[in-house]
Design a protein around this ligand. Structure first.
Ligand code: CAA
Length: 259
């Protein structure tokens, strides 16, 4: 599949996915969604890829939301289908078994913030702006913004941001725990790479287990404590576990193979 709206590159085991509709502030239309889905189900799964960075092209926006022009004349059923499809695709990212970083280089609004929140870790440049402005368009968020924003920053502040549609800056986003780090735009990808390189030195199996256990915490009907026992136990059958413990006892650095 040739991508029309996402620039992709694989370098040093990192898959770089750059949303590329800068004139529309990287708004997420139907095509972008099918490309994101294809990317995570066909490219990011390859063995040569160990982690993913999602960012936006241009200096202004990560993504300014779902494409308003595309859904402006939708009816109730089409609205539900739009949200359902978006939620399913973002869930693929949230539960992806390799680390996914959102490098937020500008506006992350509506669906753009929802995409960033589906990633495992968020880094922002100082010019980034965040918000769920959907109420100003007469809709609620649809790609799980009400859920993930509340999970990340708590009900008190989340309900205020969701009801006012207000935008916050990067410093405030960091204070609220919405982003992990704030750096200059020039340092954004470098800092994301540095963080991923630290993660990529760990056991990929254990890292995937962490992703799964945290997802279990937030999944209705799933006992996260039990999931942790399962994941922990499974690790004992891996070469990574033998390597990690052997390296510790021999006072050397572990080299993990993900087996
Ligand atoms: N959808 C479609 N086009 C968008 C867009 C969006 N979400 N955001 C920006 N654009 C387009 C603009 O229409 C404009 O295109 P034209 O030049 O063809 O008119 C271009 O991008 C540049 O935008 P602006 O001229 O508006 O740039 P600005 O600097 O004046 O303002 C902004 C920047 C404050 C981000 C403003 O563009 C804006 O408010 N955008 C909409 C943000 C928004 O409401 N997002 C939520 C979308 S709904 C959603 O996401 C629902 C959901 O959860 C599923």
């Amino acid at each position: 599949m040739g991508y029309k709206n996402i620039l992709i590159e694989i370098k040093d085991a990192i898959l770089y996915a750059k949303l590329n509709r800068p004139k529309q502030l990287n708004a997420l239309n139907k095509e972008v969604f099918s490309e994101i889905k294809h990317l995570f189900t066909n490219i990011a799964v390859k063995d040569e890829v160990k982690s993913v960075i999602i960012t936006g092209s241009g200096e202004k926006a990560f993504a300014a939301g779902a494409d308003i022009k595309e859904f402006a004349d939708f009816n109730i059923e089409q609205g539900k289908a739009l949200a359902s499809n978006g939620q399913k695709i973002f869930k693929i990212i949230e539960t992806f078994n390799k680390p996914v970083v959102a490098a937020i280089n500008g506006f992350a609004l509506g669906g753009g913030l929802e995409l960033a929140m589906a990633c495992h870790i968020r880094l922002a440049s100082t010019n980034a702006r965040f918000g769920q402005p959907e109420v100003s368009l007469g809709v609620t968020p649809g790609y799980a913004g009400t859920q993930r924003l509340t999970q990340l920053i708590g009900k008190g502040k989340s309900i205020e941001l969701l009801m006012t549609g207000a935008m916050i800056n990067a410093e405030e986003a960091q204070r609220l725990g919405l982003v992990n780090y704030v750096v200059s735009q020039d340092d954004l990808i470098g800092k994301s790479e540095k963080l991923l390189k630290t993660i990529m030195k760990q056991s990929p199996i254990a890292v995937a287990g962490v992703i799964q256990c945290i997802d279990a915490y937030f999944t209705e009907g799933v006992d996260g404590f039990k999931s942790e026992i399962e994941e922990f136990g499974k690790c004992f059958g891996t070469e990574d576990f033998k390597e990690g413990t052997n390296a510790f006892m021999n006072k050397r650095k572990a080299i993990f193979t993900g087996k």
